[in-house]
Ligand binder design. Sequence first.
Ligand SMILES: [Zn+2]
Ligand SMILES: [Zn+2]
Length: 173
Amino acid sequence: MTPEFTPLYCANHPKVESGLRCKNCGKPICAKCAVLTPTGYSCKECLRSLTKRFETAQWYDYILGPATAFLLSSLTSLLITLISTFSFLIIWIVIVALSSSIAAGTAEILRFITRKRRSKRLFTITIIFFILGALLVLAFNLLNWTALAFQAIYLLVGTPIVYYRLSGIHMSK
Ligand SMILES: [Zn+2]
Ligand SMILES: [Zn+2]
């Protein structure tokens, strides 16, 4: 017994044969209409309504999120400035290693504070304040090259981590 093969046609392009189905509504979609999501292919309509459902941020999240991001990142930067007074090679390594953990921790605290509510605008504003918090401390350290270098590393390593963690996209490896 071989399963009968009936060709599927894209719901939007009736002439285009397709082997893909939307994982949400199950309708056949062609490669042009399919959007690859972490959990499979989705049609654009489903993706749009899903994104909307995920926009759950409240107005106060736009204050809490950025304020916390600003505070945490300026505190971390202050700490980095203090550590940078011991300018040994090992500290460089520690800073690089810690940057990612601290950034991940910051993101978790932010997620906790906003109770995992989300919206793209919230993440963007939060990230801007995260960078501003570090820049504020950085401005006081313009003559301290080691501190500047550490800050730069922290921002370079930390910013993408905080953003991706917040938006729920987990970088593989
Ligand atoms: Zn769909
Ligand atoms: Zn199509």
